[in-house]
Ligand binder design. Structure first.
Ligand code: ATR
Length: 297
């Protein structure tokens, strides 16, 4: 086992309002670790220098918007999953001093869907809206679900086609959103639409009522899309379960031990001003997060 990292950081731009320090530090305290998880705002122009310098210090951490693709290029070695997605959200330094880039967003998404559906996804039709790095993580997860087919639609059609071609075993691109959603069992928003608290990627009234809805965006009081879908009686969750789960797996990668997930969720709920001891949020009864700033898992 390698030595613990010298530091733990979140690198992004901006990062000031991320929930990750809140729940990672709760888990570190619960473990009795002296490490403190810091958020570092790194402008794109200096990301390469900062990332390499942190590697030389044997630091570890997370990478978020807009640096995930750059981190994949700058890592010395990628896990097969990070290679497949083309994006790194978790990094550490191995015994030989190499920066290893991984992607735990895939696990975070997979875990959020299992919780929402109440079972392992299999033989389902997925409509995926968006074609950026977050959408690639969704496809890497869906690629492992038996009998699954994903219709990808994006505002810029060429990006949907390029992404679907990278995951040709499970995905195809659709030119029209209506065709992508028509027979979907699961509809995923992997765009940034909704971060402003108003926009929705597609009217839930147009979705099959049996469909489950996963929004990768999270924001105080949940997203409008998730609220609208629930008000139609549909199962829906925002990006918070994915955020916590990607962080829990990252924690395990850095420290070789699983975090106390209940400590993580308790910290998220306290930040949100929810009474301690309230039941852990579940996908079908998520606690709103009025104290938290918006983000994307
Ligand atoms: P990420 O890594 O978070 O996925 P990204 O690679 O910048 O970020 O991708 C953002 C996604 O949100 C893209 O699918 C983008 O669509 P385009 O490829 O057409 O740009 C989508 N997106 C962002 N703003 C949008 C909007 N107002 N309407 C529709 N899609 C939007």
């Amino acid at each position: 086992m390698t030595a613990p990292p010298s530091r733990l950081l979140l690198l992004g731009h901006p990062v000031a309002h991320s929930l990750s320090p809140t729940f990672q530090n709760a888990a570190l305290r619960r473990l009795g670790s002296p490490l403190v998880y810091e958020a570092l705002d790194v402008p794109p122009a200096s990301f390469g220098d900062v990332f390499r310098a942190l590697g030389a210090q044997r630091a570890a951490g997370n990478v978020t918007v807009p640096h995930k693709a750059a981190a994949a290029t700058l890592s010395d070695r990628l896990t097969p999953l990070a290679e497949r997605v083309g994006a790194v959200n978790t990094f550490w330094v191995d015994a030989g001093g190499a920066i290893v880039g991984d992607n735990t967003d895939v696990h975070g998404f997979d875990s959020a869907v299992r919780e929402l559906l109440g079972r392992a996804p299999a033989n389902i039709r997925v409509a995926l809206i968006g074609a950026g790095g977050a959408a690639a993580a969704v496809l890497a997860a869906a690629d492992r679900w038996p009998g699954c087919a994903v219709a990808v639609w994006n505002r810029t059609a060429a990006r949907a086609q390029a992404l679907a071609a990278r995951f040709a075993g499970v995905a195809h691109a659709e030119d029209f959103l209506a065709d992508a959603i028509r027979r979907a069992d699961l509809v995923v928003n992997a765009t940034s639409v909704g971060l402003d608290g108003q926009g929705i990627p597609v009217d839930p009234a147009l979705l099959p009522r049996r469909a489950a809805v996963v929004d990768l965006v999270y924001r105080p009081g949940e997203t409008t899309w998730v609220r609208l879908a629930r008000s139609r009686g549909m199962r829906a969750c925002d990006g918070l379960p994915m955020l916590v789960e990607q962080g829990a797996l990252a924690f395990e990668r850095w420290l070789g031990v699983a975090p106390d997930r209940s400590a993580m969720w308790e910290a998220v709920r306290q930040k949100a001003g929810v009474a301690p001891g309230a039941p852990a949020p579940r996908a079908d009864a998520r606690v709103a997060t009025p104290g938290a700033e918006p983000g994307k898992a």
